[in-house]
Ligand binder design. Sequence first.
Ligand code: OGA
Ligand code: ZN
Ligand code: ZN
Length: 451
Amino acid sequence: MLRTMYGQAKLLLGHGKEGSHLISISTEAHRTASSTATNFSVQPQPKQQQPQQPQVPKAAVSRARLARHLELTWRQGSASHFPLTWLRDNCQCPQCYHPESKSRTVDWATCDVTIKPKDVQVSDDGKTVIVDWLDAHNSRFSAEWLHERRFEEDARKKWLSTYKQKKHIWGSAQEENFPRKRFNFSAVMSTDGGLLQWLLELEMRGVAILEGADSDESTVRKLAERVAFIRRTHYGEEFNVKSKSDPSNVAYTEQALQLHTDLPYYEYKPGVNMLHCLMQAQGEGGENQLVDSLRVAMQLKQNNPEAYKALTTVPIDWSDRGVEDGRPFQSLHRAPVICEDAEGNVVRVNYSQPQRDSHFSVPLEQVDGWYLALKEFTRLALSDENCVQYKTKPGEILSFDNLRILHGRSSYSPAVNQIYERHIVGAYLDWDEIRSRIRVLSQQEPTPLAH
Ligand code: OGA
Ligand code: ZN
Ligand code: ZN
């Protein structure tokens, strides 16, 4: 065991595959904040070898606070800084961490966020860092574990690559021969690689077609359960889209469905829509229209910032009322058409003529500008460069991102004597479950996450 108090020493620190790493340790906290002047600096690195600090707004952080970190220098010469409070918060001992549930249990009510170490050591094999805290607590961290959690930008980017897939925005030029890719239903059902490939396409492009499914009403449920759990809504779990005598939704008619996203009136809107074609309309009609709303939003933002502002700020009352299976429902959710996150990324689009309430609960002066903006958004969405058409065949499942892709359906002729009646079975999945599945599968499968 090499100790680092009151002196200088070179230490070997390993982190997994990359082998042992020669390091030095220092804690800035003790240089600047400790009255006992305990100094862990064992081999200060020359200035030019210091790693890039994480991007913190310096103006908002005091010098003393900035200095509260432990510096570890890896064998290759690069150094990493770990905040002392973060180290204490992430102590892996049984008092602070429950290994079976992989959960932090540090008592935050009593945890001292200004805690300092009394001593820092590195095991002889360089694989473990041991911190003795001034409150007599003791923490051990594996070098590999620390290395993975470095605050440097490259390490943070690597971690975040497992969070969400980068979106590939498309227009009809990129989808000329729609669909760009087809996925074999049996391969998706029976191989993890097949499942992963489909889900990645779904997240990146927002739309994917499976083929070769049988014509069973329970197929789409089996597919949903292969991924995670089927998402229930007031229309049930699987729902039959066909012409009905007393329809609770305009989809259950032979009429055209204008471009829309499903269920905008749910605050927690189902993330993915799967439409399994059991029987397609024999004559004209019954095609689906598909539009990447991210491209439309991007064009609107560039060409007409005022319209974009209206669609991102004016809240709309999305609603649905009715009775399904004897249960009355009255859903309502208020949100703009284009919903952005704090960084201005579009995270959800709501768009549906039938499900926009006639209550427009905004100040009078916002109304006209909003209508003009919606008209422009619709014009762009329907333009040839953005809208693709596809008529699904029996055995195909059209899957798409319901937060992003606008979809529609052209009208079709009624079946004669109920023979060859158009019949689609739909079901929903949630993005939280899909993303979890993608992460688990990516760890097992050789397929790289980004492609
Ligand atoms: C729907 C829908 C498409 C179709 O039911 O919401 O979009 O092809 N259906 O019938
Ligand atoms: Zn602990
Ligand atoms: Zn729909």
